[in-house]
Design a protein around this ligand. Structure first.
Ligand code: FA5
Length: 340
């Protein structure tokens, strides 16, 4: 079969030499590289070979494919140039025409939202701390009070990079990095960044989205500080007229834990697809930093306390701008993006 492959490659390259115009080039592409092309069919037949011959043949066939694709690109470029020269000679291409103007770009709606969030928390004395997107299992879960096999890990469906490394499912591992860097000083930081979850994409859930974690560690920090901070954030971001609701919740790394909702701007609390017909939209999980987490970060929980919160970014932007589908954010439809 290796001989057959070599013959096919030689034949394809020779045929390419004779191609003089774009229809013939497309036909060449179909007959050698297309779905039913000769090379594709040969590659598929690899399963018929004895097991020990398959890797060498597979490698050779893939290399031949790369060479043929490169030859195709080179021929296509040569034909484009020939066409241009022909047009110039015939006078059908006017190179003196002005180019098409490229309008100035602007910041993506997510970036605008992030900057607004940074500004609000900066006014409250929080500084930005960046932490990695590829994390260890230990940082993303273990040190956050979720040892291996802890059932709460199921709350975060994970994209694994290797047995120990993953794409962070939330910005909370940044808490541990900030604590370990600043200990034994008090902390007031926000940790913005992209998070990844292996989950179903819907009108309100993406598999890639932003969060802005918040963390404060000090000697007398209480739940009242947390609620005030988040209520003030909601007031400044959504406007004073929005209602904020605090619910009890559960996160392994905070105790007690809460969830913060704002009444749905899209339906004015009447119920719609985005708020799952509840009238409320969850904007952040939060709570008092769990003593085990404080300890893992180097702080003595008998002396220090802290709060943490983790709002998303796209969902707040959806609420504020009445966007009813999160998939629009990264769909790259300029008609959508230009509105903001
Ligand atoms: C967390 O990820 C916790 N780490 C939050 C936290 C931080 C709790 C600190 C306590 C202390 P949760 O899975 O609920 O929690 O996500 C937090 C926010 O991220 C959600 O409120 C939502 O705004 C956003 N979010 C979560 N999943 C998605 C998704 N698939 N698409 C878009 N936004 C999402």
């Amino acid at each position: 079969m290796l001989d057959q492959l070599n013959r096919l490659e030689g034949e394809a390259l020779a045929a390419l030499e004779t191609v003089k115009e774009s229809d013939a080039l497309a036909e060449w592409d179909r007959s050698y590289l297309g779905k039913k092309g000769a090379l594709t069919l040969l590659l598929r037949a690899v399963g018929d070979l004895p097991k020990e011959e398959r890797p060498a043949f597979g490698r050779a066939a893939n290399e031949a494919k790369v060479r043929l694709e490169a030859a195709y690109e080179a021929r296509a470029e040569a034909l484009r140039r020939e066409e241009m020269v022909r047009e110039l000679e015939q006078g059908t291409l006017d190179v003196t025409l002005p180019g098409r103007p490229a309008g100035p770009g602007h910041l993506h709606i997510t970036t605008q939202t992030l900057r607004r969030i940074y500004a609000i928390f900066a006014e409250m004395g929080f500084q930005v701390y960046e932490s990695p997107e590829v994390e260890t299992d230990e940082m993303n879960f273990g040190l956050l009070n979720m040892p291996p096999h802890h059932p709460a890990r199921d709350m975060w469906d994970t994209f694994w990079v290797s047995d120990e490394a993953l794409l962070r499912t939330h910005t909370s591992p940044g808490q541990m990095r900030a604590m370990r860097e600043y200990c034994p000083e008090p902390i007031r930081v926000i940790l913005p960044g992209k998070c990844y979850r292996y989950e179903q994409i819907t009108a309100r859930s993406e598999h890639q989205f932003y969060q802005v974690e918040g963390l404060a560690v000090g000697r007398n920090i209480t739940m009242a500080d947390l609620i005030t901070t988040l209520t003030e954030f909601a007031r400044r971001y959504y406007g004073a007229e929005r209602r904020v609701r605090i619910r009890g919740s559960y996160f392994p790394f905070t105790e007690p834990s809460i969830e913060v909702d704002v009444d749905c701007i899209l339906c004015e609390g009447q119920g719609c697809r985005v708020c799952k017909y509840s009238g409320w939209l969850e904007i952040a999980g939060a709570g008092m930093v769990h003593p085990v987490v404080l300890q893992n970060g180097g702080y003595d929980p008998d002396v220090w306390s802290g709060f943490a919160f983790g709002p998303g970014v796209e969902r707040p932007a959806m609420l504020k701008h009445s966007i009813d589908d999160i998939r629009l954010f990264y769909g790259n439809d300029l008609r959508f993006l230009r509105q903001f």
